[in-house]
Design a protein around this ligand. Structure first.
Ligand code: DAK
Length: 267
């Protein structure tokens, strides 16, 4: 059962809608008139909402979504158009985005419609992407005189490889959901009407897992993008050993041996 927005756990924001479904925190981008263009205040609110869920012990997994027409069509071009170098440097545009990349709990993006520019970068910063058949991905910044600035040249290249990324970024063309799937950019493609429900279902499945191990698994997978293989393997090994300090490891292994379901305590 979904909790109504507006209470202590789900404060009201101007540009994002926040709700909970048991242990799942759901954040919906909410500037439909401009295809969820990511203005500065929206990113600040998004970072606030997701950080609050990250700190809330009752929340185990998050879903980030938009609407049927757009996940997000990129950063707000109207807000950026007249800025100079001094403005963008002083405004520290990056600050709130950085807070998003530090979320420790898993975040599933449910993407329908346009997912462009900063919107695509936001989705790529999530841990799992469920795409509707209607989803269209792309980095069209080149068409407005800039390049991706929130990770697109790096994340897209690491996932899709140099030749796919180069074409996408140099032409700005849209990549339909099925093509994005073939490039390894999305977890799976589902019919549009099932997209959010599938993401929430998956979030509930993850929410049933032991929370400390879930966070460590996320950290270990992300480390694969940061380090050479030997350092990544060492990082994984250390996290693996450290889980033997948790009650959940004892409970999980005992429950298996006793042929019963484990009761996770998050300790
Ligand atoms: N910004 C502002 N408004 C936008 C917008 C955007 N990105 N995208 C759409 N809109 C607005 C349109 O202006 C229009 O407003 P009205 O005219 O109705 O007032 C309304 O949304 C509906 O859009 P359209 O009329 O254009 O709808 P169409 O179906 O005809 O076309 C479209 C849909 C998605 C193909 C088209 O809207 C479009 O091309 N949009 C722009 C896509 C784009 O270029 N995105 C990249 C933006 S640059 C960084 C962080 C982030 C970034 C960079 C740095 N740091 C932390 C350093 C990100 C940069 C970007 O994303």
């Amino acid at each position: 059962m979904t909790e109504a927005a507006g209470d202590a756990r789900t404060p009201q924001y101007q540009y994002v809608l926040v709700e909970t479904d048991g242990p799942v925190g759901i954040v919906r981008l909410n500037r439909p008139k401009v295809l969820n263009a990511l203005c500065r205040d929206l990113i600040e609110e998004l970072a606030d909402a997701m950080t609050a869920f990250d700190r809330d012990e009752a929340i185990r997994c998050m879903v980030l979504t938009g609407n049927e027409r757009a996940f997000a069509a990129g950063a707000d071009i109207a807000e950026m158009a007249d800025k100079g170098l001094a403005d963008v440097t002083r405004d520290d545009l990056l600050g709130a985005w950085q807070r998003l990349w530090r979320i420790r709990k898993p975040v599933i993006a449910a993407v329908s419609g346009y997912c462009l520019g900063g919107g695509f970068e936001l989705a790529m910063g999530c841990d799992i992407i469920i795409a509707a058949e209607t989803a269209q991905f792309g980095q069209p910044e080149i068409k407005i005189g800039v390049i991706p600035g929130a990770g697109g040249t790096q994340r897209l290249t690491r996932v899709a490889g140099k030749y796919k990324a180069m074409e996408a970024i140099l032409t700005g063309r849209m990549i339909p959901a099925r093509e994005a799937e073939a490039w390894g950019l999305v977890t799976r493609v589902v019919p549009a009407e099932e997209c959010l429900a599938e993401a929430v279902r998956l979030a509930h499945e993850i929410a049933k897992m032991p929370p400390i191990a879930v966070q460590m698994a996320k950290a270990a997978v992300l480390q694969a993008y940061e380090t050479p293989l030997a350092a990544g393997l060492e990082y994984e090994r250390r996290l693996f050993y450290s889980l033997f300090a948790t009650e959940d490891q004892k409970e999980g292994m005992r429950a298996f041996l006793e042929k019963r379901a484990p009761q996770w305590r998050g300790r």
